[in-house]
Write a protein that binds this ligand. Structure first.
Ligand SMILES: Cc1cc2nc3c(=O)[nH]c(=O)nc-3n(C[C@H](O)[C@H](O)[C@H](O)COP(=O)(O)OP(=O)(O)OC[C@H]3O[C@@H](n4cnc5c(N)ncnc54)[C@H](O)[C@@H]3O)c2cc1C
Length: 342
């Protein structure tokens, strides 16, 4: 065993997942750089274990103890890494906190990421589900990333096309699932910046603050204010943000559903399909504010499942499955979980 590795056995993961699920990992490694990953692969006992890469633990549901090795990303550093005529490139290490990184870019006069303020988690996880909020998503500002290939021990350089970003989706949920550890991400931030106020609630918040030409900092503060009002703080009540993705249905299915539910909320997509509001569907089934044991549905946001205190991952999963069944029975629409089930 490599003595320089910060390895622990039987590590509690309770403080390492925002649901606050009390699960343990058979082995835990704090990863401060690629050398730790190389040393882990070189160690026969560790390289054979099942692996889970963890950043801030804000998009996972631990359904039980993890019998493998948790690789907890803790490599730090943020720097301007180049520029061209249109953009400034900024590279951040995977273990950096996402919101702190967004604030760093704004404080350094590099706007672009402000609509994504206060999303919990790490920089390294931001491409995994192409995080998005308030009319922006990471893919809009993504340039490239470097990852460690757990199968071969080689470094991978991936461009935006390689990542195959979609709605809460990327290659890291498919072909590269559990095979690549993202080590650093480079973002391209526009030299000619325009505020993005396409999201009506954000535009209204800026308006209510009496701001005519908002700066990136104004937008970030407005986003933080809206999010703080709407979303439960994981430090106070365990949750992983939206538990379900908004389902996408065909125009025909939407038409048939609207005939039965004229108040149904839907948004036209570029390909002619429609995105439905999962929160609305769940609310219609009467789940808002309800619980099953210690697992609950948030009283203000039907899309957010919460740990009301001491819930197990299995209890949260049971609630999620029951809600899915109800929505399917009422609307014929299958909801998909957004967090990764472990
Ligand atoms: C209150 C709240 C609000 C939220 N709001 C939003 C929102 O508005 N929009 C949004 O998109 N998401 C939102 N989320 C979800 C979450 O913040 C994001 O998905 C975030 O990117 C997860 O980061 P993390 O570091 O916590 O990832 P983790 O939960 O640690 O991991 C998530 C997945 O990514 C993998 N992973 C993590 N780091 C790496 C890495 N370096 N290399 C390879 N794989 C890795 C893990 O194995 C796992 O599969 C919210 C969550 C909470 C709790």
């Amino acid at each position: 065993m490599n003595s320089s590795l910060e390895l622990r056995h039987g590590q509690s993961l309770r403080a390492l997942n925002t649901f606050g699920i009390d699960a343990t990992a058979a082995a835990y490694l704090r990863v401060t750089g690629v050398d730790d990953l190389r040393a882990m692969r070189a160690d026969p006992a560790l390289s054979e274990m099942r692996r889970l890469v963890l950043g801030g633990g804000s998009n996972v549901l631990l359904t039980g103890d993890f019998d493998g090795l948790v690789l907890h990303m803790a490599n730090l550093g943020t720097a301007v890494s180049g520029e061209d005529g249109h953009s400034v490139f900024v590279t951040a290490q995977a273990g950096e906190n996402w919101h702190a990184f967004v604030q760093w870019t704004i404080d350094h006069g590099l706007p672009g990421l402000e609509n994504l303020s206060l999303i919990p988690g790490s920089v390294g996880a931001s491409p995994i589900q192409n995080i998005g909020a308030y009319g922006s998503e990471v893919a809009d500002f993504f340039h490239s990333l470097t990852a460690f290939n757990l199968d071969t021990g080689e470094m991978l350089s991936l461009t935006k096309d390689d990542c195959a970003f979609g709605y809460r989706d990327s290659v890291f949920k498919h072909g590269l699932r559990d095979r690549a550890v993202i080590v650093e991400v480079t973002f391209t931030l526009p030299k000619r910046w325009q505020p993005n106020l396409r999201y009506a609630e954000l535009a209204a918040e800026i308006d209510a603050r009496g701001i005519q030409s908002p700066s990136a900092k104004d937008i970030s503060e407005a986003v933080v204010a809206i999010r703080t009002r709407k979303l439960p703080d994981p430090a106070k009540i365990g949750n992983a943000g939206s538990f379900f993705k908004n389902p996408v249905v065909s125009a025909e299915q939407r038409h048939a559903l609207l005939a039965q539910h004229p108040a149904m909320v839907s948004y036209l997509q570029a390909d002619g399909s429609y995105k439905l509001a999962a929160g609305w569907l769940i609310d219609q089934c009467g789940w808002k504010g309800k619980s099953l044991g210690a697992a609950g549905v948030h009283e203000k946001q039907a899309l957010v499942l919460v740990n009301k205190g001491g819930a197990s991952g299995a209890e949260i999963l049971q609630l999620a499955t029951t809600i899915c069944d109800d929505v399917n029975a009422s609307f014929g629409v299958m909801l998909e979980p957004e967090p990764v089930l472990v």
